[in-house]
Design a protein around this ligand. Structure first.
Ligand code: DC
Length: 231
């Protein structure tokens, strides 16, 4: 069976990763969460004094990029690869609101982007991959056979994120989560290097009023069509 590349881009908290994981599992493809890689670099910057409450030491971080080793290690219980930073499982630490609050600033740095894009292209070079992020269909794999662009209203996204964080036991207010969603939208869409935009050939899905099942079936159908086409 011929394998294709599936790029899933879109705004934060649109459920990209849940969908991407389901599709990858169904097709037996590798799932790559590129947001986790930007988050891990952010965590590294926080742990190594490149970020304090007010400032980001961009030059210092850029000079240290070669000391950052990222890898995904497959967890068979969870069914996907967990993010490891320099040999340590950081899957939980990278999902906090603190990391979310800084990650867009880290993702603006061109040197960070080019390092991560190269690694992502390497991970997907043999196809059979579902990759989610912001620039997968535009920069990482502009030739992907299937490109999905996910969207939902900011309120719906903030509520989803809030539910997710409170479920994990993190004490946050809805207003703070909404503020973070809006701030990230702004930075992600207005940054100079690889801003979040829908690729011309991407299929847009607004899932404000769609169930997970409905989205899954829609994207699976599109993927199967592309796989048949490429035979
Ligand atoms: O998907 P996420 O919320 O985990 O992504 C975290 C941040 O990383 C997001 O605010 C933008 C950035 N990002 C990016 O710029 N490019 C990607 N391919 C993936 C994420």
């Amino acid at each position: 069976m011929k394998k294709i590349t599936i790029a899933i881009d879109g705004f934060s908290s649109t459920g990209k990763s849940t969908l991407a994981k389901q599709i990858a599992k169904k097709l037996g493809y590798v799932y790559v969460d590129t947001g986790a890689m930007y988050r891990a670099v952010t965590l590294y910057a926080m742990q190594n004094g490149f970020i304090d409450e007010f400032e980001l030491n961009k030059t210092g971080l850029i000079e240290s990029l070669s000391a950052i080793q990222l890898s995904f290690q497959f967890n068979s219980e969870l069914g996907f690869g967990e993010m490891f930073l320099n040999g340590v499982n950081v899957e939980k630490q990278i999902r906090t609101l603190e990391v979310s609050g800084f990650v867009s600033q880290i993702a603006e740095i061109s040197e960070v982007r080019s390092m991560l894009v190269k690694q992502q292209q390497q991970m997907g070079k043999d196809k059979g991959v579902v990759m989610d992020g912001r620039d997968i269909g535009t920069v990482v794999f502009p030739d992907a056979e299937l490109k999905i662009f996910m969207n939902a209203s900011p309120d719906v996204r903030a509520q989803r994120r809030f539910d997710e964080l409170t479920e994990k036991g993190q004490l946050v207010s809805y207003d703070r989560v909404l503020e973070n969603v809006l701030k990230r939208d702004h930075i992600d869409t207005s940054r100079e290097d690889s801003p979040l935009v829908k690729a011309n050939d991407a299929i847009e899905i607004d899932n404000s009023n769609l169930t997970r099942e409905e989205q899954f079936h829609k994207v699976l159908e599109l993927a199967e069509k592309e796989i048949t086409k490429s035979l």
